[in-house]
Each structure stands twice: as structure tokens, then as C-alpha cells.
Design a protein around this ligand. Structure first.
Ligand code: FAD
Length: 647
């Protein structure tokens, strides 16, 4: 094998979105030499797309807000399946993380008396989302980048080199986390432009790679979301949890087809937008589930009054958690009351003056004008559900963000599981990135510093990773490896499209047993064919090759989603079973754990029919008593079993 460049660092952070940058800042501030590596350009992570805001109970818009209320809302939103310790840490620490951002230069929108403004969002009892118009993610990344540059300037003054202790490798992809004697020792990477391979040696690796949406056809997610971190963790021997819970955001664009799935921020509803069907009816009043009946307005008048007087009225049902709204839209369309392009109507034009819409929702105004030729100040938008977020992810220790079972591996942000339970509330991701990004960076740094000796990278592992990455250039050799008959080379783009279609049709917003069996069959077939994914040309910027590599990851995570969704015989949050429509209390404290069936970590070796993933059940630890006491007993009785309640 050719020589592969190796560089030694203390901590490697994979991903430069909000979680990755926050982790890197913390690790560097703890004195660790930290490398950040990202697939896209620096500053171009998915976090940039976040629109609505960061949830943090600062109490600026309503003084009754505090971390306990935020914790309650988060648990309710996740239907009590959340890793409660994560939900607690998140609710407690989010305000500090927002204030910290401000001290680093973030320019949030202000209240009339000069405090950080906070807006309403679904499932949040009080206005809680700190925001910058509808471009909050952009400001968050800008601020974190600015902080990184300031740290690099410090290093330049001290060591004469900007990247002495904090270096960004942009447009580079990690294909393997490397391990020695069960512990992390680095990452195998390639440069997208040149195709050059290199290894970052480090005893601690933080995964902050975001989500998996590109496995679905209709999605709000960007090209980077191919589930890489989820797959890297699995391949390194770390389990994933809760993979059946995939959030379909209720409002994506449905027209024109080229932009189907692009997000329409929840702020539209938070700021007063309403949903109507083709008959002009505000249908959400028909879809308030029993568990939320007491918390939501029963009439349009009351819902409308809430915007002005939230203390004496209940919120409108358009602001139910996302899973409820997505299912309601789905049901309306199915019942023939949808809009011409298969969605429903979301209207702000009759609710706010045009200049207010343009000021509060500038990106939405621009997006609809440019992409659909719709002026949202004058006419309603057509919207429908779009795959948006994965609640499942790497099984982590709540306080340290350490991945279960693999010393030296950490995970934060969307790639980590547990925090959001079965359904994430809007705004809770940006705060999650900051809270757990910081914790992951801190504990990765502590772990790296605690080691007397650094684990060495085995050259054979580098060779294996290189051979795996180069396989698409010699698709026929692959067949010899597996002992199967060679077949025609497969086009990675075709395979990707088929995967997206299968996931959308068979493991989408409403699921049934027979369809998920079918999905697993198709995934097995795609997996065999993906082994023959072939590309032509050379390694210099070759997107077909990049996709062929990413397919391994998408197939792995898709199987996790399908297997876990098949196993969970109830409906909860982002998992709806047509054949098991009710939420079942006996499932509340069950986590479904996905691990690689072949513990050697070689995804291709597993038998096609059995699949690559082994699934097991695990009970979550009981919720701490003082946290349970934040809820009324009647409410707990809707979620907890009688046995749990009596305990
Ligand atoms: P990301 O920001 O996606 O960063 C992932 C990083 O990992 C990228 O740098 C990527 O290049 C890198 N990467 C991935 N794979 C590899 C690899 N193999 N090798 C190297 N690098 C890799 N949440 C909110 O709380 N509030 C909102 O208002 C909000 N609005 C949203 C609007 C839209 C349109 C979307 C799609 C999401 C929104 N979300 C919102 C969700 C939120 O934006 C994401 O969950 C969050 O940004 C994820 O951040 P992250 O740091 O985990 O990952």
C-alpha cells in the first residue's frame, strides 16, 4: 500500500457543525491539541440551516420559565422515553450556553427592553427560543467560528503558528475510527479534492457528524447527512439506541418537485401561522391527543387570544409537538382534504401585516418567492411532512458524552441518541449541540490527558481502511472477496435513489409490519449490490466515489431504523405503527439497541438475509424522584406503568 500521511493530535473532532465546533473549543481551551475535520467547507455545516432558534429557559419573554419547565416540556415532547439525565443537563445548562455565545459575539434579536428575544415554538410552554430572525444557525456557526479564529490568533502569538493547537481539515471525510486493543487511536480520512488518504492519530475522537436524512427521499437535510457518524460508531463497536425514532417535520415545501422537502420553519406557526385544509378548516383542533388535551386551546378564539395573553389562555394546537402535527397533516391529505400538490395550507398572510412577515420571517419570504413564486405575505404556503431529524444515535454516557463500550470515543449533537426520546422539540437541537458539544470536548480532553501512554495505530488497519475506500474503483474484485458470482457494476446514484425510495415508502411517517419486512429485504438486496458499486475516473474530486463510500453508512443506519421500527410494536413520537396505533406504557422504558452483527466490525461479512445489525432491548434506569415530582401524578399515569408509579 502507498504511504499514508500520519499526524498526531490529542483530540480529533469529526464534524464542524455546532456540536463539533463547541467540542473543539472546549478541548482546545483545556489545553489539548485539537483537530477538527469536516466533509464540507468550514462554516458550511448543516447547523447553518437552522432557522427558528435555540431553546433555553432564560425567562426573558415570560418570567415563569425556568429549567424545570423546560425539562418537563422536553420529556413530554419525547413521550418520556428521553434519557432523563441528558434532558436534565440540557435544560439546566442551555441558558449558560446561550449567554456564553453572546459574550463571544452572537447578535441575537432583542426584546423592547434590550434583552435576548425569545419566540414561541411547538411543545414549549413559554416563548423560549433565542433567535436571529429565521437565520439562527448561521449566527451560531459564525460566532463559534469567530471564537475558533480568536483561539488560533492566541496560538499564533504564543507558538508562531495559527494551527499549533487547533486545526481545521475542511472538505475531508473520515471513513473509519481506528482502534488498538479496544481503544480509540485515530481516524482514517480522505481529502475530497485530491482523493489523498491520511490518518489523524489521537486517543480521543468526538463524533459530531449530524443526522441521517439523506437515506430518505423527501428530506430537509443537506447532502452531508449520510449517517456517517452513526455508522462509524457502529463499525468501531459502539451501539446505537432509539433508531426507530425519525422526526418528520410537519412543514416542508411540497412544490415545485425540485425543492420538495425543503424546510418551512416552525417559527411560521410560532409567530401565528395557521394550518388549513382544502375546505379552509383549521383542522388541528380535531387532532389534539388525550395526553395534551388540557394544555391546548379547544377553540380558534382561545388559540388566537393566547398570542396576546399566554397566561390566561391555552396555546393553539398548531403548536403541538411535531410528530402530532405531521400525523395530522398526513391524515388530512389521505382523507382527500389536501392541497393540489399533496400538502395542506400554512397561512401567515391573513394573520400578520406584510412588513411584520418580512421582518420576522425573511428567509421564508425569500425561499417561497424564489423557489415557488409564492408571496407568503399575500397567499398561503403549501406544506407537508419531510424527514428532518433522527432522535436515535450513539449510546452515550449522559454526563461525559462518552460512547458506550469504546474508550476514547465520544459523541455529541444529532449523532448522539437519548436526549430527545421519541421526538425532539424544535429549538432543542441547537441547545443540545452547545450543552453536549461542550461536555464532549471537555471529557475527551480529560480522557486524553489522563492516559500515560497513547495507543499506537496499527499499519494493518490503515491498509484495510485504504483497501475498503478504494474498492469502488475495482468493483469486480469485491466479488472475489465475498465468494459470490460477479455481477454488473452498479451505479452508486441509482442505488442511492432506490434506497431513498424504499425508506420513504416503507419506513416513512406511517409504518406497518409487512412493509418493514419488505424494506429489510430490499435493504439486503441493495447491500449486496452496493458491494459492486463501481466508479470510473480517478480519485481527484470524484463525487460518485464519495457517494459509493457513503452508501455503506446509509445502508447500515437504514437497517437500524427498519429493524428497530419493526421491533417496537406501539406508536410513540417519531415512530407511528399503523398496526399498533396506540402508545403502550410497557414500551416506555425500553431502549432498542443496535449493534453490528459481526463484532469484528466488518460490515460486509454479515449474511445478507440476516442483515448486518443485531437488535436487543434494554431498560432505561428509573427517572430520579425529584424530577418525577415536577409532574402531576395524573400526567405520569399516562406514561408510566402502574409498577413504575408505585415504585
Ligand atoms: P451538523 O451541523 O450537521 O454538522 C455535521 C458536521 O459533520 C458537518 O461539518 C459535516 O461536514 C461533518 N461530517 C459528517 N460526516 C462526516 C465525515 N464522515 N467525515 C468528516 N466530517 C463529517 N434545530 C434547532 O434547534 N433549531 C432550529 O431552528 C432548527 N432549524 C433547522 C432547520 C433546518 C432546515 C434543518 C435541516 C434542521 C434544523 N434544526 C434546528 C436541526 C439542527 O439544525 C441540527 O440538528 C443540528 O444543526 C445538527 O448539528 P450537528 O453539530 O450535530 O451537525
Amino acid at each position: 500500500m502507498a504511504h499514508v500521511d500520519r499526524q498526531a493530535w490529542d483530540v480529533v473532532v469529526v464534524g464542524a457543525g455546532g456540536a463539533g465546533l463547541r467540542a473543539a473549543i472546549e478541548a482546545r481551551e483545556a489545553g489539548m491539541r485539537t483537530a477538527v475535520i469536516c466533509k464540507s467547507l468550514f462554516g458550511k455545516a448543516h447547523t447553518v440551516m437552522a432557522e427558528g432558534g435555540i431553546a433555553a429557559s432564560m425567562g426573558n419573554a415570560n418570567e415563569h420559565d425556568n429549567w424545570q419547565v423546560h425539562f418537563r416540556d422536553t420529556m413530554r415532547g419525547g413521550k418520556f422515553l428521553n434519557q432523563w439525565r441528558m434532558a436534565e443537563l440540557h435544560a439546566r445548562e442551555a441558558p449558560d450556553r446561550v449567554w456564553e455565545l453572546e459574550t463571544w459575539g452572537a447578535l441575537f434579536d432583542r426584546t423592547a427592553d434590550g434583552r435576548i428575544s425569545q419566540r414561541n415554538f411547538g411543545g414549549h410552554e413559554y416563548p423560549r427560543l433565542a433567535h436571529v430572525g429565521d437565520r439562527t444557525g448561521l449566527e451560531l456557526i459564525r460566532t463559534l467560528q469567530q471564537k475558533i479564529v480568536s483561539l488560533q490568533q492566541e496560538d499564533e502569538r504564543e507558538f508562531g503558528a495559527y494551527d499549533a493547537r487547533l486545526k481545521v481539515f475542511q472538505e475531508c471525510t473520515v471513513t473509519r475510527v481506528l482502534k488498538t486493543e479496544g481503544r480509540v487511536c485515530g481516524t482514517f480520512c480522505y481529502e475530497r479534492e485530491s482523493g489523498r488518504f491520511f490518518v489523524l492519530e489521537a486517543p480521543a475522537v468526538v463524533l459530531a457528524t449530524g443526522g441521517i436524512g439523506k437515506s430518505f427521499k423527501v428530506t430537509s437535510n443537506s447532502w452531508e447527512y449520510t449517517g456517517d457518524g452513526h455508522a462509524l460508531a457502529l463499525l468501531a463497536g459502539a451501539p446505537l439506541i432509539n433508531m426507530e425514532f425519525v422526526q418528520f417535520h410537519p412543514t416542508g415545501m411540497v412544490w415545485p418537485p425540485s425543492v420538495k422537502g425543503i424546510l418551512v420553519t416552525e417559527s411560521v406557526r410560532g409567530d401565528g401561522g395557521v394550518l388549513r385544509n382544502s375546505e379552509g378548516k383549521r383542522f388541528m383542533f380535531d387532532y389534539i391527543p388525550d395526553v395534551f388535551k388540557e394544555k391546548y386551546a379547544q377553540t380558534e378564539d382561545e388559540g388566537d387570544r393566547w398570542y396576546e395573553d399566554p397566561d390566561n389562555n391555552r396555546r393553539p394546537p398548531e403548536l403541538l409537538p411535531r410528530d402530532e402535527v405531521a400525523r395530522a397533516i398526513n391524515a388530512e391529505v389521505k382523507a382527500g382534504r389536501g392541497s393540489p400538490h399533496g400538502g395542506v395550507y400554512l397561512d401567515v398572510s391573513t394573520r400578520m401585516p406584510a412588513e411584520v412577515i418580512k421582518r420576522r420571517l425573511p428567509s421564508m419570504h425569500h425561499q417561497f418567492k424564489e423557489l415557488a413564486d409564492v408571496d407568503i405575505t399575500a397567499e398561503p404556503m403549501e406544506v407537508g411532512p419531510t424527514c428532518h431529524y433522527v432522535m436515535g444515535g450513539v449510546d452515550v454516557e449522559p454526563d461525559t458524552a462518552a460512547a458506550n463500550g469504546v474508550p476514547g470515543l465520544f459523541a455529541a449533537g444529532e449523532v448522539a441518541g437519548g436526549m430527545h426520546g421519541s421526538n425532539r422539540l424544535g429549538g432543542n437541537s441547537l441547545s443540545d449541540l452547545l450543552v453536549f458539544g461542550r461536555r464532549a470536548g471537555l471529557h475527551a480532553a480529560e480522557y486524553a490527558a489522563s492516559l500515560a501512554e497513547r495507543p499506537a495505530v496499527d499499519p494493518l488497519q490503515i491498509d484495510a481502511a485504504e483497501a475498503e475506500a478504494l474498492r469502488p474503483f475495482s468493483a469486480e474484485l469485491v466479488e472475489e472477496d465475498t465468494g459470490r458470482e460477479p455481477g454488473p457494476a452498479e451505479n452508486p446514484y441509482t442505488l442511492h435513489q432506490e434506497l431513498q425510495q424504499a425508506m420513504n415508502d416503507l419506513v416513512g411517517i406511517i409504518r406497518k409490519e409487512s412493509e418493514m419486512f419488505e424494506a429489510l429485504k430490499r435493504l439486503a438486496d441493495l447491500r449486496v449490490r452496493a458491494r459492486r458499486a463501481g466508479v470510473e475516473g480517478h480519485r481527484q474530486y470524484n463525487p460518485g466515489w464519495h457517494l459509493a463510500i457513503d452508501l455503506r453508512n446509509m445502508l447500515l443506519v437504514s437497517e437500524c431504523v427498519a429493524r428497530a421500527a419493526l421491533e417496537r410494536e406501539e406508536s410513540r413520537g417519531g415512530h407511528t405503527r399503523d398496526d399498533h396505533p396506540a402508545m403502550d406504557r410497557t414500551w416506555r422504558n425500553i431502549n432498542l439497541v443496535c449493534e453490528l452483527a459481526d463484532p469484528q466490525g466488518d460490515a460486509r461479512a454479515a449474511d445478507a438475509a440476516l442483515g448486518q445489525i443485531r437488535l436487543s432491548r434494554r431498560e432505561t434506569p428509573p427517572i430520579r424522584r425529584d424530577l418525577l415530582e415536577l409532574f402531576e401524578k395524573d400526567e405520569l399515569a399516562k406514561y408510566l406503568t402502574d409498577e413504575e408509579l408505585s415504585r
